[in-house]
Design a protein around this ligand. Structure first.
Ligand code: PBG
Length: 314
């Protein structure tokens, strides 16, 4: 009876797998704070993409981790056509073609030696407009590598419009933009910083949003749509379900939510201690995000959950 009357249902196609690929390694490297998640080699990334596709997951969001000595102030490796992320996009495309939607993180923090999402001005502050020029170039190299969707995640003002123009200029009108519309300055990104070997000292409060604000997100939303966002995202997911619900009810584009590294780590850690039922907790968090209005959910459990959904009676 419950199955018949359930108002919210998860489907493998709602799920998108975020994945890390690290340059110069020959074995996957486990991420301590995210048990079960690794930094992939180029080879194991291809396998993870194939496995996700097989399970029915609809997309993969790629994050590149360059060799340490390739990091610099401008994040040059992020716009190198042979940089790790661009190489990984080509690898995954060769593996899954257009069957799995390939998405790429469009941000400089993985590639800068200071760890910020943008370039810095003479006073060491993140320079919004100089960063936009870098993002335009990033969008183009990622599109040239064959990505289907770019995900500008740096929270610079005007980033969606600049990326749209940059893509159109080189004839990549069909590459879509998943806008990180409401991205909060969150403590729950902690494990991700290990996952990408982040060099960040300090915080991202000058460009990411204050957790206290909801109206501000609605303004970010209006701007992103005006600038040409094809899909919009709220991030983190769990602590921001009210934001997600409001965004979902306000727009007619697809809405995504990102269940981030800290949300993953909390469940895994508590389950490891025997304090909660891992599988039930995972499904409950995802159902809550879906119920709040997310059509698509980025989650590190994507493949596992898709497999379980297919094995169950739905
Ligand atoms: C920025 C970016 C971050 C995440 C995704 N893209 C980190 C940040 O803003 O500090 C976090 C994802 C997660 O925590 O799972 N490139």
């Amino acid at each position: 009876m419950r199955r018949m009357v359930a108002e919210t249902r998860l489907h493998p196609a709602d799920l998108i797998l975020p994945a890390f690929v690290r340059e110069g390694i020959t074995e996957p490297v486990p991420i301590q704070a995210m048990p079960g998640v690794v930094q992939h080699t180029r080879d194991t990334l291809r396998k993870a993409a194939a496995e996700a596709l097989e399970a029915g997951v609809s997309g993969i969001m790629l994050f590149g981790v360059p060799e340490d000595e390739k990091k610099d102030g401008a994040g040059t490796a992020g716009t190198d056509p042979d940089g790790i992320l661009q190489v990984a996009i080509r690898d995954v495309k060769a593996e899954v073609g257009d069957e799995l939607i390939i998405m790429s993180d469009l941000c400089l923090d993985e590639y800068t030696d200071h760890g910020h999402c943008g370039v810095l001005d003479a006073d060491g502050r993140v320079d919004n407009d100089a960063t936009l020029e870098r993002y335009a170039e990033m969008a183009q190299v990622q599109a040239d590598a064959g990505v289907h969707v770019v995900g500008p995640s740096g929270m610079m003002d005007g980033q969606v419009g600049v990326v749209r123009d940059a893509l159109d200029t080189i004839g990549k009108e069909d590459v879509s933009i998943l806008a990180y519309t409401a991205k909060y300055s969150s403590a729950f990104y902690g494990p991700f910083r290990e996952a990408v070997g982040s060099s960040l000292r300090g915080d991202r409060k000058t460009y990411q949003q204050d957790p206290a604000n909801l109206r501000e997100s609605m303004r970010e939303l209006a701007l992103d749509l005006e600038e040409g966002a094809d899909m919009v995202m709220v991030k983190p997911a769990g602590p921001y379900l009210d934001v997600l619900a409001k965004v979902a009810e306000s727009v007619d584009v697809p809405v995504a939510a990102y269940q981030i590294s800290g949300e993953y780590a909390m469940v895994e850690a508590a389950a490891e201690k025997g304090w909660i039922d891992r599988d039930r907790a995972i499904f409950e968090t995802l159902t809550g995000i879906r119920r709040a209005g997310a059509k698509m959910i980025l989650t590190y459990w994507a493949t596992e959950v898709a497999q379980k959904l297919s094995a169950a009676r739905g």
